[in-house]
Design a binder for this molecule. Structure first.
Ligand code: NAI
Ligand code: MG
Length: 807
């Protein structure tokens, strides 16, 4: 008689297939040819084109999907637009009722949604049933709550209007939920395009919208491929684009929306590190790796695809992983005991195969389990690559398959350096029993989510999104809501970029440009213009411009008032280098606050000199000059106050977790200061970033640069470390392209013209830096809109650190 333990070892799993009858019956009844869902009804595609959707596990055709044309997109956007006002006016409670109904109905039909998802996508039923669909319902419940609270929690906000949403195929219904729930909660209507490989659950969701009597036009589903997506992105009546998918397409979307005033959020790829320290519990680590890279066949944007193991345990870990990989079960996704399902499409399978082949050629040792993969359908076995150098292609490129590379480190510092050796920054996972080490490492990794002793956990209460080229914007939680609203006054302020009349916007701008002119302030300038040549201010030193040119600065009457350096590309790059070298983020918030208070005090002490300068240059009267300097001193105090109060949150995510949401500085910020007010505009646009630990390269107002250059003295006497504030003068158009296109600049603010704003957005696509651009004329820098939370939000990004507790 064999021992029981042996029996367990040798016992075969019998097949335990989930029945797909109901899903197939639904496809047959509703399809098998599906039109678009527009304005609450099914519509045939305008040009009558359809394509097949397949089951990736056996290549069987499931149904036919309409390929959306620009006409279909037009219709859907028109339906969304027509429905928006009433949906917004319905109020938070009314919308909460609908979102609640969606969540309830999803749960009632959860089995149908799960089997449909598995049929169309090839993911194991265990995952769609236990992970995808429950998270979908959770997302709608959570956002029903935000709808309910919108009037109190986002009191100063209004919906954007029509949101265009484009999602990938790896979590079809879950990505739909991440997009639709926050949009609807905040009063927007949507046009959503599912991925071409996986439209069925979105179409079933459309039907659900009918079942709960959601007002027609609030949710519109247009199916199709990249061309359909591009038509949504290009549509002039769409106010917001939310995209999840490849970095390549994300970059295209950034470029094509540049300057249109569309708000965008991008959730892109990753090459997320999975760090294992030598005191980690290796059994848990092995199961962690299974979740990190073999969940959903590795087709996960935040997959832990780079294991970084302490060299003392690396071999032991690889041995255990290989043993575990032998026991993974791959096969029919509808089988309840299958761990790994099918790859979405041949194109993805080929991509995986060729990247692994390249890895082998580059010298990697490629290991796969001894069992063979199913012959029908598109499958790829779990794969472990060792002997991989950090620069190797398979260590840098997103494979989007069940392939993990393992590398080693010796010290925590080396682990962090390796972890951050990527253009991406979506997620990371840190394994150690030492909580001090875990939190220390978490704070140093550049990623939007860091999981400690866990991985791939998600919840609607916690924001999710990237640093660096993994995109920007967050989905989930409070910060996710911000992606779908704007300040109530923003539309009016943004002139031609909002819905207001462009001509009127220009008139206002002209009126304001003339405001400080002598006509209003007849008093003669109190002092003769002072001749002085200001240099650039880089790395804590005054620096001569590289090109050796200067520019004349004229006062309000056109008289020479001095000269400033004409900075060029080289100067801009030097300033970025100096900002990079400044170690400001590591200082305490308390210290930053002290320094900003001190700067306020020092500006106050030089009040008379700054007031004289303002009067002489701009021709404003004594009272106006006094008001501007006073407002500037107060603004320094405001951000000194904020420096240690821009806190995060602790989210109540399920499963014995605390999720720490921590705002972090972006790093190096480039700021094109508003043309005016001369002093207050400079202070208001530079200091918020400084307060939160960013270093700044500021381009002074081209018209009134001398106020910024006078400010050196304040910086120098206030203990601001070298490189934290760098000031460039010159022609804004000459400096802007270098800064907007610079890969070491993490964020850029621009207050200028519509053309300049578009240029910044377009060039920022190079490294997907965060941008905040606006035509400067609309903002009242003296009022409450000239400071505060909006500025701080744009100067920081949230990192969510998941810390489980309990044994
Ligand atoms: P993709 O980025 O082309 O597709 C994502 C979505 O964007 C789909 O709905 C697609 O129809 C749409 N789309 C494609 N071109 C578009 C355009 N020019 N304008 C607007 N929408 C467009 O990704 P694809 O081709 O499915 O996969 C390629 C690679 O992208 C994968 O191997 C993986 O590395 C990465 N990827 C990352 C995802 C993530 O969750 N971050 C999800 C899917 C893919
Ligand atoms: Mg399919």
């Amino acid at each position: 008689m064999p021992k029981i333990a042996e029996l367990f070892e040798t016992m075969e799993y019998g097949p335990a297939p989930e029945a797909a009858d109901e899903a197939r019956a639904w496809i047959a009844a509703r399809g098998p040819r599906f039109g678009h869902y527009i304005g609450g009804a099914w519509r045939e595609p305008a040009d009558g084109e359809f394509f097949a959707t397949l089951d990736p596990s056996n290549e069987e055709q499931l149904g036919e999907i309409a390929r959306g044309s620009t006409v279909d997109v037009d219709r859907a956007v028109a339906a969304a637009r027509a429905a928006q006002a009433a949906w917004g006016d319905l109020g938070g409670h009314g919308r909460a009722r609908y979102l609640y109904a969606i969540a309830r109905h999803l749960q009632k039909h959860s089995r149908l949604f799960a089997t449909l998802e598995t049929l169309d996508n090839g993911k194991p039923i265990r995952e769609s049933r236990d992970i995808d669909i429950p998270l979908v319902a959770r997302h709608f419940y959570h956002h029903a709550g935000w709808a309910q609270l919108m009037e109190s929690e986002l009191a100063d906000c209004e919906p954007l209007g029509v949101a265009g949403q484009i999602i990938p195929w790896n979590f079809p219904l879950l990505m739909l939920a991440w997009k639709i729930a926050p949009a609807l909660a905040t009063g927007n209507t949507v046009v959503l395009k599912p991925a071409e490989f996986t439209s069925l659950t979105a179409l079933r969701f459309a039907e659900l919208c009918r079942e709960i009597d959601l007002p027609p036009g609030v949710v519109n589903i247009v199916t199709g491929d990249g061309r359909t997506g591009a038509a949504i992105v290009a549509h002039p009546d769409v106010d917001k684009i939310a995209f999840t998918g490849s970095t390549e397409v994300g970059r295209i979307i950034r470029e094509t929306t540049a300057g249109t005033g569309k708000k965008i959020s991008l959730e892109l790829g990753g090459k997320s590190p999975f760090l294992v320290f030598d005191d980690a519990d290796l059994d848990s680590v092995v199961e962690g790796v299974v979740d990190a890279i073999w969940f959903n066949q590795g087709q996960v944007c935040c997959a832990g695809s780079r294991i970084l193991a302490h060299e003392g345990i690396a071999d032991a870990l690889a041995d255990r992983l290989r043993a575990r990989m032998e026991t993974l079960r791959m096969g029919a996704p509808l089988d309840k005991s299958v761990d790994i399902g099918a790859i979405i499409a041949p194109v993805q399978l080929q991509k995986i195969e060729s990247l692994v082949e390249e890895g082998r050629e580059e010298g990697a040792t490629v290991w796969q389990p001894s069992w063979s993969v199913p012959r029908d359908g598109w499958f790829y076995p779990p794969t472990l690559c060792t002997d991989v150098s950090p620069a190797a292609k398979i260590a840098q490129v997103e494979i989007f398959g069940p392939v993990v590379v393992q590398m080693t480190f010796r010290t925590p510092a080396e682990a962090v350096a390796l972890a951050n050796n990527t253009r991406y920054g979506l997620a990371a996972s840190v394994w150690t029993e030492n909580v001090n080490l875990a939190l220390d490492i978490a704070s140093q990794i550049k990623a939007g989510t860091v999981w400690i002793n866990c991985t791939n956990v998600f919840d609607a209460a916690s924001g999710f999104g990237g640093y660096r080229e993994s995109g920007f914007g967050r989905e989930g939680g409070r910060e996710g809501l911000r992606e779908y609203v704007r300040r109530r006054s923003e539309a009016a302020e943004s002139g031609p970029r909002g819905n207001s009349d462009p001509a009127q916007g220009d008139e206002q701008a002209d009126a304001r440009a003339q405001a400080p002119a002598p006509a209003q302030a007849p008093a003669p300038a109190p002092l003769p213009a002072i001749d002085r040549t200001a240099k650039l201010y880089i790395g804590g030193r005054q620096a001569r411009p590289d090109g050796g040119y200067s520019l004349k600065v004229l006062d309000h009457q056109g008289r020479a008032a001095g000269e400033v350096a004409r900075g060029n590309r080289k100067d801009a790059r030097n300033a970025v280098e100096a900002a990079l070298a400044a170690s400001w983020a590591g200082t305490t918030a308390h210290l930053r606050a002290q320094i900003l208070y001190y700067a306020g005090e020092n500006l106050d002490a030089r009040r008379a000199a700054f007031e004289d300068r303002l009067r002489a240059l701009t021709g404003c009267d004594a009272e106006a000059a006094g008001r501007e300097v006073e407002a500037s001193v107060r603004r320094l105090f405001t951000y000194a106050a904020w420096a240690d109060k821009w806190d995060g949150a602790v989210h109540r995510t399920p499963f014995r977790n605390v999720t720490l949401a921590m705002p972090e500085p972006l790093g190096v910020m480039a700021v094109i200061c508003p043309p005016e007010p001369a002093l207050l505009g400079f202070i208001s646009s530079v200091v918020p970033s400084v307060a939160l630990g960013n270093s700044v390269v500021a381009v002074a107002s081209e018209r009134w640069p001398l106020l910024a250059t006078d400010f050196y003295q304040v910086i120098e006497t206030s203990d601001v470390p070298p490189g934290v504030i760098n000031i460039l003068t010159g022609v804004e158009e000459e400096l802007r392209p270098t800064l907007a296109g610079h890969d070491a600049v993490d964020g850029m603010w621009y207050f200028g013209t519509d053309e300049g704003a578009a240029d910044v957005e377009r060039r920022s696509a190079s490294n997907l830096k965060r941008t905040w651009v606006e035509a400067a004329r609309g903002r009242d820098w003296f009022g409450p809109g000239g400071e505060g939370r909006e500025f701080l939000r744009h100067a920081s990004q949230i990192k969510n650190i998941w810390v489980p507790y309990g044994e």
